[in-house]
Design a protein around this ligand. Structure first.
Ligand SMILES: [Zn+2]
Length: 363
């Protein structure tokens, strides 16, 4: 009798726990990264001094497209979805001019260490300190989720940079990772996928091994429509590549195209009952860059301010407080735990991920 009571009590407490974890409305999470897009452009729009540097640029309409004397209008011209939609329905963190700070905690300040920190919730300076194609010994939140019955086979990543299969450790994790300049394969390709497959091998690619972001996005969108994953990661790359090349105009254009991709994605999500009002977007970058006319092109340990990043979140559990205009400090290592918490799962690994960001989840 006593045993039965104890069992009943255990069942009830278990039920309550599950219930407590399921109170969020988020059932799906889409993580999006812009490689090395600075917070300065996100919050201040195009920088006129860098634009002047680029007068020789091929794009004569650059100033017309992105320059406005008014800061609010200027940043809206560069990232209209951020400033029309996320600023009114979500949250934008990282405007240091207002006191809102987001930093990475790794001391490397380049891509693999940044993506490792985003996806695993902790820096690993001893082992993750190059961009080499080395399978990640750490377990990402994508792998963690994919190991849970409710998410098994419903976690996917589309990346422009071909190091992501290693960062996500697709071999071990079983997470589907699409990358590289190659055709997507499958038995039930959509018309759009067939067309992209024809184009991807027959277009000049200025980025070499890196897939152009438009392919990453539209392949990812087709996959989303077909397979309805619960967790999707879209990792864009062009902003970083063009910045390294000193192509400020191309860097701005790429940020602007990606903003349009996110707008198109959001419109689709809100039109599909599987996703509508049940999906949270988390958007961020792997690292920042320098601040001077020369140093904006680069990042890494020689440029300590490259630890400054930004973050945008929008979804049914996230209070619509827009641009954060007060003192706060968030870290890149909090993203993985927050993705888990939004989905009602406590993300754990051996390296103690950063804390859940309470500001992005309604009490
Ligand atoms: Zn870079």
């Amino acid at each position: 009798m006593k045993l039965k009571l104890i069992l009943l009590a255990l069942l009830v407490s278990n039920f309550c726990q599950v219930n407590a974890q399921q109170k969020n409305r988020t059932e799906n999470v889409i993580l999006i990264t812009f490689d090395g897009l600075r917070w300065q452009e996100v919050f201040n729009g195009a920088d006129s001094s860098f634009m002047k540097q680029q007068v020789y640029l091929k794009d004569p309409k650059l100033k017309e497209k992105y320059w406005r004397d008014d800061l609010m209008e200027r940043r809206k011209a560069l990232l209209p979805f951020f400033w029309n939609t996320i600023a009114t329905q979500g949250q934008l963190h990282g405007n240091r001019d207002m006191g809102s700070k987001v930093n990475v905690t790794n001391n490397q300040l380049f891509s693999y260490p940044g993506y490792n920190e985003i996806l695993t919730g902790s820096a690993d300076n001893d082992r993750i300190n190059s961009n080499d194609k080395i399978y990640n010994p750490n377990t990402t939140v994508l792998e963690f989720l994919n190991s849970q019955p409710a998410f098994k086979g419903k976690v996917a990543a589309f990346s422009s940079w071909d190091v992501f299969p290693y960062i996500i450790n697709d071999k071990r994790s079983g997470v589907y990772v699409s990358t590289g300049v190659e055709e997507v394969k499958g038995t039930s390709l959509t018309e759009a996928e067939k067309m992209m497959n024809k184009m991807i091998l027959n277009l000049p690619n200025p980025l070499g091994e890196v897939r152009l972001d438009a392919f990453t996005f539209y392949y990812g969108l087709e996959y989303l429509k077909k397979n309805k994953p619960r967790v999707l990661y879209l990792a864009f790359d062009e902003t970083d590549d063009f910045a390294h090349g000193g192509e400020y105009g191309a860097y701005l254009n790429s940020a602007n195209y990606t903003d349009k991709f996110i707008s198109e994605l959001w419109a689709y999500l809100q039109s599909d009952t599987k996703y509508k009002n049940k999906t949270t977007l988390i958007i961020t970058s792997d690292h920042g860059r320098g601040t001077t006319a020369e140093e904006w092109k680069s990042h890494g340990q020689k440029i300590p301010v490259a630890d400054q990043i930004w973050m945008a979140v929008m979804g049914p559990d996230t209070p619509a407080i827009g641009e954060i205009k007060n003192d706060e400090q968030l870290y890149q290592n909090q993203i993985a735990s927050t993705m888990g918490a939004l989905l009602g799962v406590e993300y754990k690994n051996a390296r103690k991920p950063g804390a859940v960001m309470s500001t992005v989840i309604k009490k």
